[in-house]
Design a protein around this ligand. Structure first.
Ligand SMILES: CC(C)(COP(=O)(O)OP(=O)(O)OC[C@H]1O[C@@H](n2cnc3c(N)ncnc32)[C@H](O)[C@@H]1OP(=O)(O)O)[C@@H](O)C(=O)NCCC(=O)NCCS
Length: 183
């Protein structure tokens, strides 16, 4: 299995008020509180085991995982899961507090990570999975340049460089739309 060496993942990305900092084990506690559904629910295991399992979960599922910092304070999370090296990955992005949303933070965070992925040639294609009805999510990813599978297929007909007929929806759910961005 491919593992991204820590040496090639920068500890921080960006220099302005909005920066990305690589997720560390110390972030597990604040993150677990911030996520609506924590990956490892508290109470099922002793606290320390729960903590370590959550950290393991993040490491296993998100080869790229960053806290989004605004003036040094954590305001969100951005990461890439389903990582197929040099090929595809699935982006996740959340700004935790509603009052911090729609202020341009998500845009800056995404652009920082995208540029880093491009520079390091880690991936060729990014996917974003958006639940049907998540209008702000859909509008956001489209503004970031993602296209939906319908448009993707149309472009595939015109340009050979696009792969043919990607699936329209996530398997099983029928409720999630996969958007695509070529890097
Ligand atoms: C989606 C999300 C990550 C966007 O981050 P953000 O920092 O709020 O986004 P930005 O301020 O950079 O907005 C960029 C664009 O996204 C769209 N957008 C963001 N929030 C929106 C909202 N509440 N309603 C409609 N459009 C919205 C707009 O097109 C906006 O451009 P504009 O300001 O010119 O109108 C954030 O709102 C969030 O965490 N939402 C909950 C989790 C989620 O849905 N994640 C995506 C899963 S697919």
């Amino acid at each position: 299995m491919f593992k991204i060496s820590f040496a090639i993942i920068p500890r921080t990305i960006g220099h302005g008020p909005i920066r990305l900092r690589r997720l560390s084990i110390a972030d597990v506690a604040p993150f677990t509180r911030r996520f609506e559904k924590p990956p490892i629910s508290e109470g099922r295991h002793p606290a320390l085991l729960s903590y370590l399992l959550t950290w393991y979960w993040f490491k296993k599922n998100y080869p790229l995982a960053y806290c989004i910092l605004l003036h040094g304070n954590i305001v969100g999370f951005i990461g890439v899961s389903a990582f197929v090296p040099k090929e595809t990955g699935e982006i996740s992005l959340v700004i935790f507090d509603e009052e911090m949303r729609h202020k341009g933070i998500g845009t800056t965070a995404f652009k920082l990570l995208k540029e880093d992925i491009r520079r390091r040639r880690l991936l060729k294609t990014l996917y974003a999975m958006v639940k049907q009805g998540n209008r702000s999510g859909m509008k956001f990813w489209k503004k970031m340049g993602f296209i939906n599978p319908g448009q993707y297929r149309e472009q595939a007909a015109r340009k050979d460089r696009y792969p043919p007929s990607p699936r329209k929806q996530c398997p099983g759910t029928g409720e999630t739309i996969r958007l695509v961005l070529r890097l």
